[in-house]
Design a protein around this ligand. Structure first.
Ligand code: PEP
Ligand code: MN
Length: 362
């Protein structure tokens, strides 16, 4: 049977199916030599599936390197021709999307600063209508899952079939350990809302530094992400953007070799029966927790009716601070983090207040 699929299309289709999918390349394309050399070194490792390079760079502050622009598109074509690696580029406007398609860029990605803006995402979506190109969508800079979903919906409505997600972390004020806080729960929620859509992790923009890339990459793989997008550069310290977080292709390979690659499932019978037993225990414990929480709320309701009869306020801050202080101390002794105890007790407290309020209003 005759197939109409071009060589480049079938390459992209195969790449899209690959697990783990590894995308790497410089933050920015700087010169043709830099891009081609990085691509060659990455391709030689046999571990990288796609070349990334930014040519239009959305910089937070003016006066920094804002990307080489359209001039970089033939460099990407050249890098692909020499190495056989499909290429991906960030697009933020209709013109950029059209130019990228004109130069046969295989996969487009939407950056975090674009995902936040529905006007921009819609503009890119309109420019892509009718195009058969996969699109990766980074999370928005702010921790707003609805904006991320909105971007996915706009691109999907334009008829794009292959859509992937990239988790690059969220900006928070005064944050120290990360350049962008991962807030893993948001990415997990996004994964659950979009079953079947690939999710890559971008540890480079989460970490903002080289020494923690490995740890964050491993966590993503442990959480069943489909792959990684990691920035690499032939001379990272001299990079024109994001110098601190880029690694050499050599270091990238070392990292990829050290990651423990896990799979979501196995055929092993022993594994499944052991897992089943442990899951039964978890189910029992969860049932008990629900029963206990129900009992706790009943007691809160009794307290509510006493408070009502005596005209006492629901909220008594000293009592609450006392409860939470003791809980944090006890939790710490059995390995429960202060963060978890605080979140858990806050939720229990809110529910308890609602129960008491209901009684007061009766
Ligand atoms: C990038 O990938 O270089 C980039 C600009 O990323 P982000 O959109 O995540 O900031
Ligand atoms: Mn970057």
């Amino acid at each position: 049977m005759q197939t109409t699929e071009s060589k480049s299309e079938s390459l992209v289709n195969a790449t899209w199916e690959k697990r783990p999918l590894i995308v790497s390349g410089p933050c920015s394309a700087e010169t043709e030599e830099q891009l081609v050399q990085t691509a060659q070194q990455l391709a030689a490792t046999g571990k990288v599936d796609m070349l990334r390079a930014g040519i239009w760079k959305p910089r937070t502050r003016p006066g920094m390197f804002e990307g080489i622009g359209t001039k970089g598109l033939p460099w990407l074509q050249q890098a692909k021709k020499i190495t056989g690696l499909p290429v991906t580029v960030e697009v933020a406007t209709a013109k950029q999307a059209e130019d990228a398609l004109h130069f046969d860029v295989d996969v487009l990605w939407i950056g975090a600063r674009t995902t936040v803006n529905p006007f921009s995402v819609q503009e890119v979506a309109d420019a892509l209508r009718g195009a058969d190109v996969p699109v990766l969508i980074k999370n928005p800079v702010n921790p707003d899952i609805e904006l991320w979903m909105g971007a996915v919906e706009r691109i999907a409505k334009a008829g794009i079939k292959k859509i992937g997600l990239i988790h690059r972390g969220f900006s928070t004020f005064g944050n120290t350990d990360y350049r962008n806080s991962p807030m893993w729960h948001l990415a997990i929620e996004m994964k659950l809302r979009n079953p079947g859509m690939i999710m890559l992790c971008d540890p480079s923009h989460i970490c903002g530094r080289r020494d923690t890339l490995m740890e964050v990459s491993q966590k993503a793989i442990d959480l069943d992400y489909d792959g990684l997008m990691i920035e690499s550069h032939i001379d990272p310290d001299k990079a024109w953007s994001d110098a601190k977080q880029q690694v050499t292709p050599e270091r990238l390979i070392e990292m990829l070799q050290n990651i423990i690659w896990r799979k979501e499932d196995t055929n092993s019978k022993e594994f499944h029966s052991a897992l089943e037993k442990l899951r039964q225990q978890i189910n029992h414990l969860d049932d008990e927790l629900i029963q206990l929480l129900g009992q706790r709320m009943k007691v809160a309701e009794h307290i509510g009716s006493y408070k009502k009869d005596n005209n006492i306020t629901i909220l008594q801050t000293t009592r609450w601070n006392d409860i939470i202080g003791k809980a944090i101390e006890k939790g710490d002794k059995i390995g429960l983090s202060k963060e978890f105890i605080t979140k858990y007790f806050d939720a229990v407290h809110m529910e308890s207040i609602n129960h008491q309020k209901k009684i007061m209003d009766e």
